[in-house]
Design a protein around this ligand. Structure first.
Ligand SMILES: Cc1ncc(COP(=O)(O)O)c(C=O)c1O
Length: 380
């Protein structure tokens, strides 16, 4: 069986966990947390990076930092993970769903511009699959309209655009260390702070709204409650596990890049060009995922079944968020044709560190056969 995803284990995780047990400090903001944050701040060329319990928690801190009030408008794609939206929906922001571009699945910058109003407070750009073709343009639009840009870079660690790390374009950015990501700690995430004014409040919000960190580090005599916040720390166990993987990030991403290239080389000229993802020549992808567009929902299901018969797992995502049951039909008249078409036809192929190029060749052969026979079948 060629599985769709396998969580990474790179080697020294166990040793680091033992070190935590021996050291006796288990909760948030220990030595492993601090060293991970330093490495990540270098990686992202950021003012500061704060580890959090998940990518969603990092987005909750962002929503709190922006003091989101009911009715504030947030522009974001509907073709994304629920975590992109939920912190803002919780605060009763008005979510303004923006169209994506079919070939890159990134926010459509022209559609974005037309959605900006006096109530717009922020734009969330998702670097789909750790790639972008337009984050610079989105940033320009945000700067022009004095809007905060939040980069949802959940899957984009180690990728860059125009030689600048993804995650360094937004005023704030987030990453996820969920086990499906290139590097992980089971559940985890980080808030990347690129605008200095957010640094102090973000640290308090992560620490239950308190200044306990200043107290622990000897800068004040007593600590107390200042802001709305929660416990968004991850434990020292998770940071220790993550540290083992952060130091191998370059190697992991380089390998995934070679798998991504393997997919593209195999499928170029075999699948129609419109089915293959477009990787901008200025973008260095981290090989987070590989997806194609099939001809229809039925065609996709046909291919999934055929691959399954050959022992190859495949999957799809995202269900457009504006159509989710959560909204009880609120957006039923909203039409986002590119979003809906991509959601209906996208197919994701296996991508993880334990695959080899022979696996990719085998998957591509099976995929090409199924793609063609499915087209000739009844599923147009
Ligand atoms: C685009 C995007 N945003 C946000 C999240 C939420 O991250 P987490 O699962 O760490 O909360 C994910 C998770 O996969 C994601 O893919």
């Amino acid at each position: 069986m060629i599985v769709f995803n396998e969580p990474l284990i790179i080697g020294t995780e166990q040793e680091n966990l033992n070190q935590v047990i021996r050291g006796g400090y288990f909760c948030g903001n220990g030595e492993f947390t601090k060293i991970c944050e330093t490495l990540l701040a270098n990686q992202f060329q950021a003012k500061k990076v704060l580890l959090t319990s998940s990518g969603s928690s990092a987005l909750s801190i962002a929503a709190e930092l922006l003091d989101i009030q009911p009715g504030d408008e947030i522009i974001l794609p509907s073709f994304t993970h629920v975590g992109t939206a939920s912190a803002f929906a919780l605060r009763k922001a008005n979510l303004i769903w923006c169209e994506i571009k079919t070939l890159t699945r990134n926010l459509d910058e022209e559609a974005l511009e037309s959605l900006i109003t006096r109530k717009t407070k922020a734009v969330i750009a998702v670097n789909y699959a750790g790639m972008t073709d337009n984050i610079d343009k989105i940033k320009e639009i945000c700067t022009h309209h004095s809007l905060i840009l939040i980069e949802d870079n959940a899957s984009g660690i180690g990728a860059d655009y125009q030689n600048q790390p993804l995650g360094s374009f937004g005023d704030l950015a987030i990453i996820s260390f969920h086990q499906t990501k290139n590097i992980h700690c089971g559940e985890g995430g980080a808030l990347i702070i690129n605008t200095p004014k957010f640094l102090q409040p973000a640290q308090k919000i992560r620490d239950r709204g308190t200044d306990r960190k200043d107290f622990n580090e000897g800068r004040i005599n007593t600590w107390t409650w200042h802001l709305n916040g929660s416990n968004y720390y991850l434990s020292e166990f998770q940071a220790a596990f993550l540290f083992a993987q952060i130091i191998k990030l370059g190697e992991v991403n380089f390998y995934r890049q070679s798998l991504l290239k393997g997919y593209l080389q195999n499928l170029k000229g075999i699948l129609p060009e419109r089915s293959l993802p477009l990787i901008d020549e200025n973008c260095y992808s981290n090989g987070h995922c590989f997806s194609i567009l099939t001809e229809s929902e039925q065609h996709r299901q046909y291919i999934i079944d055929k691959l399954h018969q050959k022992g190859i797992q495949s999957a799809f995502h995202y269900q457009p968020l504006h159509k989710a049951p959560y909204w009880q039909g609120l957006y039923k008249n909203l039409k986002l044709p590119a979003t809906e078409k991509v959601a209906e036809t996208i197919l994701r192929l296996p991508m993880h560190h334990n695959l080899c190029l022979n696996d990719i060749n085998e998957i591509c052969q099976a995929l090409a056969d199924a793609f063609t026979s499915g087209r000739n079948h009844e599923c147009k």
